[in-house]
Every structure is written in C-alpha cells, then in structure tokens.
Design a protein around this ligand. Structure first.
Ligand SMILES: *Cc1c(COP(=O)(O)O)cnc(C)c1O
Length: 408
C-alpha cells in the first residue's frame, strides 16, 4: 500500500516564529526601526518637517555634508563612473584607490594601507586572515560587533577580557597563550558606546611579553584624537609601535569604507589573504574620492578638532552640573565617565531611555537610545560635532534639564 504523504506544514507555520520573535522584542522594549531624515545630515537635520539638532551622528568633524567632499565625489564619478566594476585584483582597481591608501598610511605613519568596502569588512577580513583554528584571540568584552564577528569567522579560540582590564588580559595570556600557535589581541581604541580609551601602552607591552599581535580599531579615534588627527594610537603615544590598525572612512571622514594600516608585509599579506577584500567589489570612485578629500581636511584644518573638544568640555561640565543640581530627578541618569565626543547617559531601563529620547525629540533634540544587546546597560548616546553651534549645545542642556525636572 502506498504511504500517504504527510501534509506539509503551511509556509505560514514554518515562518510563524518570526512574528513571535518580533512580539518578544516589542515586549522587551528592544524593537528597533529605521528613522528617515530628509536632505543632508549636518549639525541639524530635518525629519518630517521638524528640525532636530543632531546628537546622533558619528560625523564628528561635520565632513559628511562638506561641499568639498561632495565636489570630489562628483568629479570622481565624472572621471571614473559610479561603480568600480569588479574586485580590486581583477577589474576594480583605480589609481584613486592607491592614492587613498597612501594618504591613510601617511596620516597613520605606517608603511602602507588597504581599503575595504566598510570598517566591518576590514575587521572581518583582517582577523580571518591573521588567525585560524590553531590560534587564540583575546578581545575586550566591549569590542565592536565586527571584531567579534571576525573572531567567529576566523575559527580561532576567542576569549574576552574584562573591559579595559590589563591585569585580566595578562591572566588570560598566562593561562592560554602557550596552548596556541599565534595570538591576536583585539580592542577598540575609543569604545563606540562608552567613549573611553583602551589601555593601549599596557596592551602593547603585554603583547611583546607574550608574543601576541595587536589589532586596534580606530573607528572613533581617527580625525578626532591626536594632534594630527591620526587617532587614539597617536594620542596615547603608540604611533610607530608594531600594530595592526583598522578604521573606517564612514565616521569622522564622512564617506564610506574601511581600512587596515600597517607594515608592508601585513598589507601585502592581506591583499593575498583577506577574503572580504579579495571577493568583493572595489570601493566606489565617489566614496574613495570623498575619503581622500576628507583626509586632506583632517590635516589642514585642526581648528575643527579644537572646536569639537571645546564642545566636549562645555557639554560634559554642563551635564554634570544639571545632574548634580536636580533634587528629585524624573529619571535617574548617570553620566559615563569618559570625556570624549561620545557622551553616555545611563538610565534605569530600556523603556525609560526610549521615553527619554522621545521627550528630547519633542524638544528638537536627536540623541540615540542605545539598548541591550548592543550595550550592557541602556543609555542615551549623545555625540558631538565640530560644526555644532553654541546655541545647539545650550538647547541640549536645556532639554536634559527639562527631562530631569526642576532644580533645587
Ligand atoms: C562603526 C564601527 C565599525 C564599522 O565601520 P563601518 O565602516 O561602519 O562598517 C567598526 N568598528 C567600530 C568600533 C565601529 O564603531
């Protein structure tokens, strides 16, 4: 007798878990959705007819809306077209890419550099090329998601050390280093959600003692830290030490793309071994040219960096005053300790932080509500730009005061 085919589950049942998962995200106040803005994103943005002062951007120097970057991108499109048409090793390489890579290396003080399609892909490619299953990765527990993803793709044993804790890193090196072939220590230089710096000199000393490579992610350091704007590596006095430096073209440099900077052998090796560079289309001419123009401005206009840091000092001081002088705050906020263009105000819950960011939005202020799993504790993430006006900063302080309630 022929066996009767068991009825196939309806496609609606097979995928029904998606709606259940979304409902769970809503219940936990972890649901996220995109919010469109109209036109250029500068110190202020337009959203559905409302003007918002922009405290939610990573465009620290205000270059993403700079006409010189736009002009460079347009000129590159006119010369080279819109797409680079292939991977860099096949048809996708232009002299413009070489010029950008030399400019990055010059700023960073390294032999060479290689540009990827994004910072995320730069981390994936570099980590997967440098370590494999016989190897060990020791990473700061607050590292960016792309550093973690790189570890997973590489197949290496990946362990976290406590945030910024050199003693814990040493302990892990002592226990685990000998059991592995190569070792790679990975860290953000400026942590993207807390704004604090990694203890790089200590990390480099440990790396020397235990024969480990160090990969530092300068996504939020480049253009912002260091006298020349080279990044936190420069600021911390570590330029010139052996290091794998990763970064992005999409934050202070106002474009799109990522890079690795380092020794001639490192970069040459990555050109041969980084899958996220070899098997993807070369960076577009427009993005390449815009980043190149930005690198020039970073070095020619240190006044942008000075303005940014003056804003940081003013806002941090004012926020601390407002927090100290509110008798019974309507919401308990704690400022995270770092003094940097990334200012975190930690709150009691995801729901409270989402409500706070909505209140600020009604007051014409745009600050991001960042929640788990991106960060361990929910917070408002306020980022400053060189192009903010004093009135913008004062509006922010007034908005926060209103959120907290009357002063005593
Ligand atoms: C934003 C970011 C990246 C990713 O860079 P993209 O160019 O946006 O892909 C990597 N690392 C850190 C620390 C970041 O903040």
């Amino acid at each position: 007798m022929e066996k009767e085919a068991s009825p196939r589950p309806q496609a609606t049942q097979t995928y029904a878990w998606l709606d259940r998962s979304l409902a769970a995200l809503h219940r936990a106040d972890r649901y996220r959705a995109v919010q469109p803005i109209d036109g250029r994103a500068g110190a202020t943005v337009q959203r559905r007819g409302q003007t918002l002062v922009n405290f939610a951007s990573n465009d620290y120097l205000g270059l993403a809306s700079d006409p010189r970057l736009a002009a460079a991108a347009i000129a590159a499109i006119e010369t080279y077209g819109t797409g680079s048409t292939g991977s860099r090793l096949l048809s996708g390489h232009r002299e413009l890419h070489g010029a950008l890579e030399r400019a990055i290396a010059a700023l960073k003080g390294t032999d060479d550099a290689i540009v990827f399609s994004s910072g995320y892909l730069a981390n994936l490619g570099a980590i997967a090329a440098l370590v494999g299953s016989p190897d060990l990765i020791l990473g700061d527990e607050y590292n960016h998601s792309s550093l973690r993803a790189g570890g997973q793709v590489s197949g290496a044993t990946a362990l976290d050390y406590r945030h910024g804790d050199g003693a814990h890193l040493r302990e892990l090196l002592e226990t685990h280093r000998d059991r592995h072939r190569r070792c790679l220590i990975t860290t953000d230089s400026v942590f993207s959600m807390d704004g604090d710096l990694c203890p790089l000199p200590e990390i480099l000393d440990l790396a020397t003692a235990y024969d480990a490579m160090v990969l530092v992610d300068e996504a939020h350091g480049t253009g912002v830290f260091g006298d020349r704007g080279a990044g936190a590596v420069e600021h911390l006095g570590c330029a010139g030490r052996p290091l794998v430096t990763v970064g992005t073209l999409s934050k202070a440099l106002g474009s799109l793309g990522g890079y690795v900077a380092g020794s001639t052998s490192l970069i040459d090796f990555l050109r041969n071994r980084a899958p996220s560079w070899i098997y993807t289309t070369g960076l577009s001419p427009a993005d390449t040219a815009a980043a190149l123009a930005a690198l020039e401005i970073v070095q020619q206009e240190p006044q942008r960096r000075r303005a940014l840091w003056a804003h940081v000092r003013f806002v941090v001081e004012q926020i601390d005053q407002v927090l100290a002088q509110t008798a019974t705050p309507a919401i308990r906020l704690r400022r995270l300790p770092a003094v940097s263009p990334i200012i975190g105000l930690e709150g009691p819950s995801a729901a409270a932080i989402v409500a706070a960011s909505q209140r600020l939005q009604q007051a014409g202020l745009w600050a991001a509500a960042v929640r788990p799993p991106t960060v361990p504790t929910s917070r408002l993430r306020i980022t400053l730009m060189a192009t903010h006006q004093q009135a913008h900063l004062e509006q922010l302080i007034a908005g926060l005061q209103e959120l907290l309630g009357p002063q005593w």
